[in-house]
Design a protein around this ligand. Structure first.
Ligand SMILES: Nc1ncnc2c1ncn2[C@@H]1O[C@H](COP(=O)(O)OP(=O)(O)O)[C@@H](O)[C@H]1O
Ligand SMILES: [Mg+2]
Length: 383
């Protein structure tokens, strides 16, 4: 679990950097993690503490997580820096995704439960908050993201890298950066020919060869079934967290449990459960539970993750998908539109807030820039 905690400045996992000094587990489930920091005063420590607690708390049997800080010795500090450099150069393919990007994989046990709809609408709602959100359509041969966002363009290239298709949010500075196999093949049936391709290789290329730019979030629309892709993600982007989508039918919940098991085995944290196709709300306010009810809450209880949203079954969602404008943009006041915006709010404000780069190095850069600007201004006024 701790391998999934990234040091936002050194761009590597805290275990690789030798920052995990000691872990102790008491019989009552209390865990103490000693984290060694390069400097004790590092303002990023609160960030690291939160991450450690959030990752470890989800493990079965854990009742409480305490984080203690110690300062590295000069030798440890040198070793950490060396590890960071080594990591940057040699380690498993360095992706174009920065360590400060929050990665959220949207998964489910089977197809047709609304993973792609949730991915696209959550991304749209996050972008509406002014954030820059990448969408990686990892459903390599069942892609549907291009149609749902109304994007047809091919992917352009630049200096040997692939550029994602970018879609600006209707208001504000937010944007979506989208990559899908759909932008590389001529039609959906050509995609079937890729069946033989090793899935994880395609995933790896999308992560290493695409110039994603600075992203606050990367949302990964997972293929159903998922074993391979999930393991690939865990290796390439250990900071990945999962959002599991299920329908309210209790039978669907059983299938979804397997995805959560898989996540646990690959040490990915399940950040929450989304129940999709929940009660249809008629214009007169009457509710109809067409696909049953309780599946989301039951799954959440079983895997020990919060139920973070219930998205009602609603024509605005499927119409938005067909028209290429997600309901979160086209119809934000509809019950489903509101549910997607609430989900984005919980993610961005509570469960997985964007990483603040108010850390040591970032602040030093700011200070240096400000000082240089002051020097420039002084020179200009002298001449
Ligand atoms: N909340 C919803 N209300 C109405 N239709 C929905 C909803 N969620 C998904 N759909 C529709 O159900 C179908 C399957 O959804 P999709 O997102 O493609 O699922 P998946 O990616 O899991 O296969 C699509 O036609 C989509 O428009
Ligand atoms: Mg899909």
């Amino acid at each position: 679990m701790l391998a999934g905690v990234m040091d936002p400045e050194l761009h590597a996992s805290i275990t690789d950097l030798g920052m995990v000094d000691d872990v102790s587990v008491a019989p009552d489930g209390r865990v103490v993690v000693n984290v060694a920091l390069t400097t004790l005063g590092c303002p990023l420590r609160a960030e690291i503490k939160k991450e450690v607690q959030s990752k470890v708390r989800g493990l079965p049997g854990v009742t409480e997580v305490d984080v203690h800080y110690i300062e590295m010795t000069q030798e440890q500090r040198t070793a950490a820096m060396q590890a960071a450099r080594w990591n940057a150069r040699e380690n498993a393919p360095t992706t174009e995704i920065s360590a400060t990007t929050r990665v959220l994989a949207i998964a489910s046990g089977k197809g047709g439960v609304g993973k792609s709809s949730v991915t696209v609408n959550l991304a749209a709602a996050l972008a509406a908050r002014g954030l820059r959100v990448g969408i990686l359509d990892a459903d390599i041969w069942g892609f549907s993201v291009p149609r749902m966002l109304g994007i047809e363009g091919r992917l352009a290239g630049e200096d040997g890298k692939i550029l994602p298709n970018v879609l600006a949010a209707p208001d504000g500075d937010g944007a979506l950066a989208v990559v899908s196999m759909g932008f590389l093949v001529d039609d959906e049936s050509t995609a079937l020919m890729w069946r033989g391709l090793i899935l994880t290789k395609a995933l790896e290329q999308f992560l290493t060869d695409v110039r994603w730019g600075d992203l606050d979030y990367l949302l990964v629309d997972m293929p159903p079934g998922t074993g391979d892709v999930q393991m690939g993600l865990a290796r390439l982007l250990p900071q990945t967290e999962m959002l599991v989508v299920t329908t309210p039918a209790l039978a669907a919940q059983k299938v979804a449990t397997r995805v959560a098991d898989m996540a646990r085995r690959t040490y990915l944290k399940v950040v929450g459960v989304v129940e999709n196709m929940s009660e249809f709300v008629a214009p007169d306010g009457q509710r109809f539970a067409l696909f049953g009810s309780g599946g989301g809450a039951a799954l959440a209880g079983e895997i020990g993750a919060p139920l973070v949203a219930s998205i009602p079954l609603e024509p605005a969602v499927s119409e938005g998908g067909d028209a290429g404008t997600p309901a979160a943009w086209a119809d934000p006041e509809s019950p489903a539109g509101r549910a997607f915006h609430q989900l984005a709010g919980r993610i961005a404000e509570e469960l997985l807030p964007p990483v603040e780069m108010a850390g040591c190095t970032a602040r030093i850069f700011e200070l240096a820039t400000a000082n240089l600007a002051a020097v420039d201004a002084a020179r200009a006024s002298q001449s």
